[in-house]
Each structure stands twice: as structure tokens, then as C-alpha cells.
Design a protein around this ligand. Structure first.
Ligand code: HEC
Length: 150
């Protein structure tokens, strides 16, 4: 048996597990799955550095306020992309999301309220106050992910 004979089945097995040929494309018109995933990544790119600053005691009001403002700008972006036809690969949303839209919406609103509160807390420039508000936002991300993301 040549090496090629060993490699082909290995690739076929990998394809089943992780997609040997790379990620599945979002084939829907307008690519709502791709857009919402990118929007969440953008949210993370503002949210994560704020957390690093607070945890590592490197809080700087200028930098923090910029990130908090950027989060306010983009926090609305993912939601309109949860279209009814988009419960399919490569989405990592659970079926439960489409079965419980009202509850998903309630989680979205809790996230909006918590980011409002973070934005207000940022104005105090008091790292402790801000940290508490920051953690509350983190809890809204987590509780929604627990129910609605694989
Ligand atoms: C109301 C529910 C909800 C809230 C709140 C929420 N997310 Fe998500 N998030 C989701 C769902 C659902 C997905 C899966 C989307 C998909 O794959 O179709 C997701 C996916 C993601 C992803 C993965 C994107 C990718 O590349 O696949 C990241 C990162 C993420 N969220 C970060 C966050 C952060 C950070 C917060 C809070 C600051 C947050 N999310 C708040 C529901 C939520």
C-alpha cells in the first residue's frame, strides 16, 4: 500500500469531523449567517480588550471610552441577520433559537440594557463601578449563548 492509500481515507474521516476542505460556505442570498457571525466577532473585538484592561488594572479612560462607544455603535448589527431561512450550516445557532424567538428577543434586550448601563458606568471613570457593569454584560452574552449557541 502506498502512502496515498493511507492519506485519502484519513482526509475523508477528517472531512466528516471538521471539513477537510475548509468551512462550509453560507450559500443563502445576502449571506445572513456570515454577516451575523462577523458582527459578533466585531462585538468581541471591542468587548474583550475592555475586559483585559479591567482585569489587568491597565484601565485608561480614553481607550476604554472609545471601546465602549464602539460597542454601542455595533451592538445592533447581528440581530437583523437572524432571518427565518437561516437555520442551517455554517450557523452555530441552536434549533431552540427558532423555536423560542420571543425568549431570544428578551435576551437580546437584556444585552441592550446591560450595554446601556456599561456606557453610563464608563462615564464615572471609576474602574470598580465599570467592572461590575462590564461583568453584567458578559453574563448576558453567556446566558444567551448557553441557550441558543452550540
Ligand atoms: C441574544 C443572544 C446573544 C447575545 C446577547 C450575544 N450573543 Fe454571541 N452569539 C449568539 C448566537 C445565536 C451565535 C451563533 C450565531 C450563528 O453561528 O449563527 C453567537 C455567536 C457569537 C460568536 C461567534 C461568531 C463566529 O465566528 O461564529 C461570538 C464571538 C460571540 N457570539 C460573541 C458575543 C459577545 C462577546 C457577546 C456579548 C458582548 C454576545 N456574543 C452576545 C447569540 C448571542
Amino acid at each position: 500500500m502506498t502512502l496515498r492509500h493511507y492519506l485519502l481515507p484519513a482526509c475523508a474521516a477528517l472531512m466528516l469531523l471538521s471539513g477537510c476542505g475548509g468551512e462550509v460556505e453560507d450559500t443563502l442570498p445576502g449571506q445572513p449567517i456570515k454577516h451575523r457571525r462577523e458582527a459578533f466577532k466585531e462585538i468581541l473585538r471591542t468587548f474583550e480588550p475592555m475586559g483585559v484592561m479591567l482585569r489587568e488594572n491597565t484601565y485608561s479612560s480614553d481607550e476604554f471610552n472609545q471601546l465602549a462607544a464602539a460597542l454601542m455603535e455595533i451592538r445592533d448589527t447581528p440581530w437583523a441577520y437572524f432571518t427565518d431561512d437561516s437555520n442551517q450550516p455554517p450557523s452555530k445557532a441552536k434549533d431552540a433559537l427558532w423555536a423560542n424567538r420571543a425568549d431570544f428577543d428578551a435576551h437580546r434586550l437584556a444585552f441592550m440594557d446591560s450595554t446601556d448601563a456599561l456606557f453610563e458606568a464608563a462615564k464615572t471613570e471609576n474602574p470598580e463601578t465599570i467592572h461590575t457593569a462590564y461583568d453584567k454584560v458578559g453574563e448576558t452574552c453567556k446566558s444567551c449563548h448557553k441557550l441558543y449557541r452550540r
